[in-house]
Design a protein around this ligand. Structure first.
Ligand SMILES: Cc1cc2nc3c(=O)[nH]c(=O)nc-3n(C[C@H](O)[C@H](O)[C@H](O)COP(=O)(O)OP(=O)(O)OC[C@H]3O[C@@H](n4cnc5c(N)ncnc54)[C@H](O)[C@@H]3O)c2cc1C
Length: 399
């Protein structure tokens, strides 16, 4: 038993609790996959082959569906997620639904994404007991080119001015519908060169719509050196803010671009520096909980435990209305279900969508679990421990 477990009574390593909803067959698949994913260079190569294969129409969808898709996707359509939602709900965990398509470069794709977001709000209202949040990508509602240009200048070419108008019409409709139905939206954070314009929009809408209830959350990436100051300024704005706190998903991409264009690397130099920044941001939000609705979105056990310790020391009920946790579907289950068992609010981030469209999401998960990252080994150890525990149960049964 760890010291934190002993002092808080909250166990974030209990694989029996964590994998109650997973069959042994699924766990064996997870074990084989996490083992394969440890070969970093292989994962990179497989990702490249996978993306090329899908583009040129190789018959690899079935394989993807049965492997990465089965582990990390809630289904290929909204309706298909229901069985996952029910399994999670049966164990005290709700969901943050995510339509797992990446940035939309074409107008028709953006229209489809917008319509899907409206459908998600409807669906979430119908299944309010199982769905807590909806994740929204603003690059799905306006093109990355628009966000990049908007982040650099006020003067846009006329086609982007039209795109901006359409974006605002649609985003207003989404936020107003979400507010009427009481379903909070969480806006994902993107690459740093798109983020200034996204921040501006989300702050504006939070100020207008987070009145009686926090209906809109922004995402703050603590791997960025400038984000602690940003968060401080955000919390001083005087209106209620929703914050999803993450470390950040684009380390390599950010560093490469900074090098290419010769500007200072916006990312902390080390993982340890990112961890310190994350925990400082966490404390800042917890200390200002009257001002912020916080979603602790991380697979990092220490950060989760810091939030748990703080909440318990303050004498809060674990299900404090302004505090929730979130981990990605298919990852860190002992943390999610351990927190839920202790009474904390947990929403698993459940992506869904056609397998070929969700491929970039799946490939990011593969890389995150490869030897190139810290997550490597962590999932494997948990899954191996649970399989071992289930095997020993069979062997210890009296004959
Ligand atoms: C519910 C949920 C929603 C998410 N939404 C978003 C989102 O909107 N936008 C987004 O960008 N990401 C998002 N992520 C992904 C997140 O940013 C992380 O990539 C992922 O969760 C791993 O970080 P961690 O805190 O879980 O765990 P850890 O494994 O403790 O940390 C890994 C992270 O540390 C950082 N890191 C690793 N090595 C270095 C290094 N050498 N130098 C500096 N930093 C380093 C990176 O951010 C890396 O992802 C989300 C994650 C979750 C769980």
């Amino acid at each position: 038993m760890s010291i934190l477990h002993a002092t808080t009574g909250v166990d974030l390593d209990d694989t029996e609790v964590g994998y109650l909803y997973r069959s042994t067959r699924d766990l064996r698949l997870a074990h084989a996959l996490f083992q394969a994913l440890r070969y970093g260079t292989l994962v990179k190569a497989a990702n490249n082959i996978g993306s090329l294969g899908l583009r040129i129409g190789l018959p690899i969808k079935g394989l993807l569906r049965q492997t990465l898709g089965r582990l990390f996707l809630g289904g290929e359509s909204l309706e298909e997620t229901l069985s996952v939602l029910k399994k999670l709900a049966a164990n005290g965990v709700s969901v943050m639904l995510d339509y797992a398509v990446e940035a939309s470069h074409h107008s028709e794709e953006r229209t489809k994404t917008f319509q899907e977001y409206l459908r998600m709000i409807d669906f979430a209202q119908k299944h309010r007991d199982m769905v807590s949040f909806i994740a929204v990508k603003l690059t799905g509602l306006a093109s990355p080119i628009f966000w990049e240009k908007r982040s650099q200048t006020k003067a846009l070419p006329s086609h982007l001015v039209r795109e901006e108008q359409q974006f605002h019409e649609r985003f207003t409709q989404l936020v107003e519908t979400a507010k009427q139905r009481g379903i909070p939206l969480m806006v994902d954070a993107e690459e740093s060169w798109l983020q200034p314009a996204i921040d501006e929009v989300v702050e504006d809408y939070m100020q207008r719509y987070n009145t009686d209830q926090v209906i809109l959350y922004t995402t703050v990436q603590m791997y960025r050196r400038d984000r602690l100051d940003y968060l401080r300024r955000l919390l001083d704005r005087g209106y209620k803010v929703g914050v999803k706190l993450v470390r950040g998903a684009y380390v390599e991409k950010e560093r490469k671009r900074a090098q290419l264009y010769g500007y200072p690397d916006p990312i902390h130099p080390t993982k340890a520096a990112t961890d310190i920044a994350y925990d400082q941001a966490l404390m800042l939000c917890l200390e200002r909980i009257d001002q912020v609705a916080l979603c602790v979105a991380t697979h990092n056990r220490n950060s989760c435990m810091k939030a748990v310790q703080y909440a318990l020391l303050q004498g809060w009920q674990p299900n404090h209305p302004s505090l929730s946790f979130s981990q990605l579907y298919g990852m860190a289950d002992p943390i999610s279900f351990g927190l839920a068992k202790a009474g904390f609010r947990v929403a698993k981030y459940v992506p869904y969508g056609p397998i070929e469209k969700a491929f970039p999401y799946l490939s990011r998960r593969a890389e995150e679990n490869s030897s190139l990252s810290d997550q490597s080994g962590r999932e494997l150890r948990w899954v191996a421990a649970e399989l071992q525990r289930r095997r020993s149960l069979i062997h210890s049964k009296p004959t």
